[in-house]
Design a protein around this ligand. Sequence first.
Ligand SMILES: [Zn+2]
Length: 69
Amino acid sequence: MSSTLEPQAPPVLVVGEQVSFARLHGRACWDCDAVSSLLTAAGLIRLQGGARVWEIRTCGCRPKTASTQ
Ligand SMILES: [Zn+2]
């Protein structure tokens, strides 16, 4: 018996506001806009009304799992 569970697609955050080119392309931190060479993938976003999904990155200034606001 070989039943492979397909990985669930990651949630895509829909953004309605204007986003800078650098942040959209993962060249700057999504949270603080810092340009660093140590940016890590932080999820996927899609602009409201757009079809393209972008991979955003952060410099680590904010924990990935923010349980407290
Ligand atoms: Zn940052």
